[in-house]
Design a protein around this ligand. Sequence first.
Ligand code: GLN
Length: 546
Amino acid sequence: MTTNTKYIFVTGGVSSSLGKGIIAASLAKLLQAQGYRTTIQKLDPYINVDPGTLNPYEHGECYVTDDGAETDLDLGHYERFLNVPTSQSNNVTTGRIYQSVIEKERRGEFLGKTVQVIPHITDEIKERIQILGKSGDYDIVITEIGGTVGDIESLPYIEAVRQLRWDLGQDNAIVIHLTLIPFLSAAGELKTKPTQHSVKTLMESGVQADILVCRTEHELPEDLRRKLALFCNVREEAVIQSIDASTIYDVPNLMLEQGLDKVVLKKLNLESDTPDLTQWNQFLNRHKNPKGEVTIGLIGKYVELQDSYKSILEAFIHAGAENEVKVNVESVHSEFLTPKNAAGKLQHLDGVLVAPGFGERGIEGKIEAVRYVREHNIPFLGICLGMQMAVIEYSRNVLGLKDANSTEMDEQTQYPVIDLMESQKDITDKGGTMRLGAWDCELINGSIVQQVYGSNAVKERHRHRYEFNNAFKTQIEDAGMKATGFNPETGLVEIVEIPSHSWFVGVQYHPEYKSTVANPHPLFVAFVKAALNFKKDEKSVSMTQK
Ligand code: GLN
């Protein structure tokens, strides 16, 4: 087999939430910053075909790519770090692997053979791992294997890694193993045993780790590194410490200090140079030295779990750095927001974002939040369901269409201002059937969004089933809320604004998916700026009142 592409596998021991995604993204950043075309792929050992049908409480946010794949949130980190779009090929689950093997079996492609985990499932995994490499677009493919080494469901993946190392040769495929070095405070000691054990578990499957990345709260002393190297059969320089960082954006520099990129490139027989992290460090500098701060309310129903709104929170970090301010995000649970307590929860905020979501729970709270910020001129950004709630609020409270609603929440509503698209009406399968991925959007001259984007045409990613109902468009526009973005083919409304308000924008798409360190999303940048202006204006108003 010939190959120009090099493969790096990232596996994890002890616990699955050690931050493999961030380590993979940081390594990719360092390799990219040395001129290597690098991409990252995530293999997830669960049986769902994709995470699209998973509740955010289960697995955090579902991240959507340009090609409409509903994927693991780690792909968001990959894009934010690398500024290179990912696709369906970058996320594969066990469900998808089995689905594809079973479809081949039904088509008779296995010519009467018994279909088995080895070789058929493992062959399918190997093929999926190499799709990105074979595209010719990348010098290096990093494959992150989800879950924990030793789990039953991870076994076929580890076996595929073992075979690929054999097929491709040791110089072309290496294994990084991420483990935890716990600190026992009673004994005042760092413990290496769990690492030794997970390396051993990996070896039982025939895979020797080349590099250890050790997650730790304290510096690893020299003798401990030596011990790990000796017991785990790796070189001392290949024992890399991953110490807890105050921000994930520090991790590339921490890995650089540890020489992770150098060891990796040496093992792969590739030249190594000093990575150019100028732009990255400029961002970090701005992020860490803010000149002011704003407080934005995030109104959602999954706020207990930070990962549910991962891309939104990261987009605020990018936009904050761009504005040189710290963005404090204050979560407000929409389920417990009522007309009685809205002022108490919202009046001190400099901006409010109403989050995406599905289903009825918490929507009245979201509508109440929109009412409050609209009436008090507080900058507002509504995303997907948040935009739909803005349309409903306006219809109810300004147009006087009592009980206006989305047919998602009330099928019988007299005023279905948000309704199911015609093309969605006969769809019964829930998985992968929404309006997904990048769609064109044309912007109206003179609108806020046209100014924000500095363009008349953009492409943004979608993930929803319901739409602004054009039957109500004239009525809504006459009352003062304007539709300022449209899909040119379908005429579907993508954006609404209220020109008389300080800054009020609702978007049917998800701008947060496209915000990266190198390219903070213009809508988030403008929203944070509006919040900053609002804060200044508020201050000057209260000063003149004194
Ligand atoms: N539930 C809404 C719809 O399907 C909004 C989805 C979302 O916010 N992503 O249209």
